[in-house]
Design a protein around this ligand. Sequence first.
Ligand code: SF4
Length: 474
Amino acid sequence: MGETSINFAKASSAALQDQQLRGNFRRAMDGLMSKRAVQFADTAEWNGVRTLGASVRLRALSKLPELLEKLEANCTKNGIQVHWASTIDEANAIVLSIMQRVNAKLVVKGKSMVSEEMHLNAFLEKHGIESLESDLGEYIVQLDEAMPSHIIMPAIHMNTKQIAHLFKQKIKEAEYTEDVAQLTDLARRVLRKKFATADVGISGVNMAVAETGTLCLVENEGNGRMSTTVPPVHIAVMGLEKVVEKLEDVPPVISLLTRSATAQPITTYVNMISSPRKEGEKDGPNEIHLVILDNGRSGIYADEELRNTLRCIRCGACMNHCPVYTKVGGHAYQAPYPGPIGSILMPQVEGLEKRGELPHACTMCNACVEICPVKIPIVEIMGRLRSEAVHPGDAVRGAGSHASKAEAMVWKGWSMTYASPLAYQFATALLAKLGNAAPTSLPLLKEWTNVRAKPRFANRTLHALAREKGIPDV
Ligand code: SF4
């Protein structure tokens, strides 16, 4: 593992010891799974809308360069200023330059996973700009100085009691209460004041419509609408894959998104933003900027198989149904995108050198594939990334560097043994003879043997048994 790599094994072991965390996740995930199942109870309807949603995303990706150009042209025509960023450093610099031009000191943010990818809050704080999360879950994790643990419900790892203590500790006027309505009301009062005085509002984008130059944003708390309409400047940040071709593509994708994410037929707010405030209008920002971030996505796009990763609509359903994520929680991934989608996206964005463990954090049970509303072949991509981690290639940034020399030699030996019937029979016969005599714990393999019982080897191999019964080798 390289120096800069993230240690998922260590972080997930720690999470597994935390009974409170496991209980919080178990309850939350069970609730989400059963509510979602009610939304898609009609299998024929699910199959139909899912096929439609997948085809919308596939069509958009098949024309991505053309649609991005169209989006830029139509946004510009509408008065939305479009900026392109190859890296997160470039995206942050663009955001900062807009802030500095308007002398911004306070920013309110609607929920945006791309801004998490950019580590935007920390970046702005470093430059003396207060950046306040206004989505309740994001606000809680910001107060706790933590990362979101889920892309839809950032504070899902915490229970009411933990949030009550946090509010009491971090908010000056807070009285201790475990009453959810009172806690929500307190956060609302704090945030309301900030909306009124913020210089800039930042939001994400759920979909950007190329044919009309419209930014679509779904949310439940109204904070997204406040962030995009009250401050005089609105900056929207999006990954370049979020474009769809036509306005008529929006309803099926929104339906899949909201039902998969929060088990709602539709969210409380659906914002369609097409221009800054026009002459004679009473509200809305004077300026809208759209920052389109690449950050490794065009590399992913160039590979036909990996490109499927970009279909994602960030509903979070794969996390809720993943046997690994639901046990260890989101923080173990130490990434803005955890769970199955994070395990395939993060290695492609940041390289296998840093994120090579994540494709292995998977049981290959296929639950994520069955639940994904846009049919992403997550497990196939997981397998591809595992293979890339041991067979150096150019497709994935940092590919191959995750495997240490010793590990690479083990895999080489393994594949040579499996490729030769003679070598395979010799190896299995050796294990049958000596396997049970081997010590239960070897210092070299302690990471493995510390948490697993040594398997008991059969005294005779399958080949030997077959020969005894007169079954010929094929
Ligand atoms: S991979 Fe599929 S299930 Fe997971 S977040 Fe993306 S769209 Fe949702």
